[in-house]
Design a protein around this ligand. Sequence first.
Ligand code: AMP
Ligand code: ZN
Ligand code: ZN
Length: 395
Amino acid sequence: MKKLISLCMMWCICLSMWAGKHYTVIVSLDGFRWDYPQMYDTPFFDRMAREGVKATMIPSFPSKTFPNHYTIATGLVPDHHGIVANTFWDPQRQELYKMNNLKTRNDASYYGGEPIWITAQKQGIKTGNIYWVGSDISVKGQHPTYYHVYDQKPRLTQTERVAEALRMLKLPEEERPQLVMIYFEDSDTYGHTYSPHSKETHRCVEELDALMKYLWEGLQSLPFGKDINLIVTSDHGMATVSADRFVPIKHLLNEKWYSLIDGNLPAQIYTKPEYRDSVYQALQGLNHVRVWKKEDIPAYLNYGSNPRVGDIIVLPDLGWLVEEGNKTLPGAHGFDPTYDDMQVMFRACGPDFKKRYEAPKFRNVSIYSLLARLLHITPEKTDGCLEEVENMLIQ
Ligand code: AMP
Ligand code: ZN
Ligand code: ZN
């Protein structure tokens, strides 16, 4: 029996080598700043850089969790996929979308574009997913082949998520996902609660480094371990903010002029049409913020064409927030993605990646193209492009 099993295993290995089939595991560590490996002791991320590719990735605007995870999944900027913020007003449905409100969050009709798991599945590839934004929502009527519901309690712990990814990859080849996506929230939680420069975040980053090492060793121990690519990256960075760096705006506006002010980083003002100019004029000359009518948002932010974007956007400078002071957490994100503090770590190693290679900075809209190339599938048209990232691949 044992002989038969090992013969079977050999056959599987030969078959996968013959087919040249590679697997890809992509991990998002929420709010993992590009320079955490410089600030803290991260031997595994340093090893990934030596044995693979190291880069800094630029998030899309606004540098928030839902918009950016869904951008990585679809290759579209938030303005184009429609999840334009963690919360936003939808003027067509007259409804406030909130990522924390199950009814709106699970309403698939909010989610435009095509997540990579659907593109892959349409082309016969199985996918596994542990908590990536959008994966437990029936976008285009489909889920990943294997997925978990984020709100189902108890939520999988960090080590259970690693074990679950390995379990998926241990499935018989015909059931096995070729793309596995895993999400971890801790670096974001610690960054917000204690700031990116705290001893708590320090410890969290080092624990995540060890967790990724554990994942990598688990992957390597599989019979086809050498055929697995591992990418570790994030949705946005984290900046230090403080209770004395607030720009109040409400006292400058007549309540009659707007229907909603949503968020403080950026603040989106949904104005009454006849008072749009009044709101805009009243906010001129403020320090530490930039104020735009949605059609005047600078082109590099790729934001403003979607009806869900507020009529007036107030974007604070790095380290500042709009409105209501005195009680704030010490870490925040949502700023202009061109600030270094909003940019994220990217590491990748495995059979398709160059070794010891530092890639130029790239935009997160191009991850979809990278994953499509790794899976040898035809991508949908997106805002990203393979040319931006193929330099990191062994051709
Ligand atoms: P942010 O406010 O941008 O810092 O959002 C971070 C939060 O997003 C995390 O703490 C999670 O609670 C939440 N989150 C992340 N992934 C998911 C998901 N797949 N489904 C629901 N909520 C999520
Ligand atoms: Zn996030
Ligand atoms: Zn966050």
